[in-house]
Write a protein of this length. Structure first.
Length: 54
């Protein structure tokens, strides 16, 4: 059997000096100056939805 793809695909984007985490489900994290914190926001979103981590 094949594993089903997660409905949650996380990306991070930059706008000027800010990093944002976004999910394919429509969720967007707050703008952060720290890329690492934006990735942490994304990981917390995945955990909250029951999806696997990145």
């Amino acid at each position: 059997m094949y594993a089903q793809a997660s409905p949650h695909t996380i990306t991070t984007t930059e706008r000027g000096s800010f990093a944002l985490a976004r999910c394919s489900c429509g969720w967007t994290g707050p703008a952060r100056r720290s890329r690492d914190r934006a990735r942490t926001d994304a990981t917390e979103h995945l955990r909250a939805t029951g999806s696997e981590g990145p």
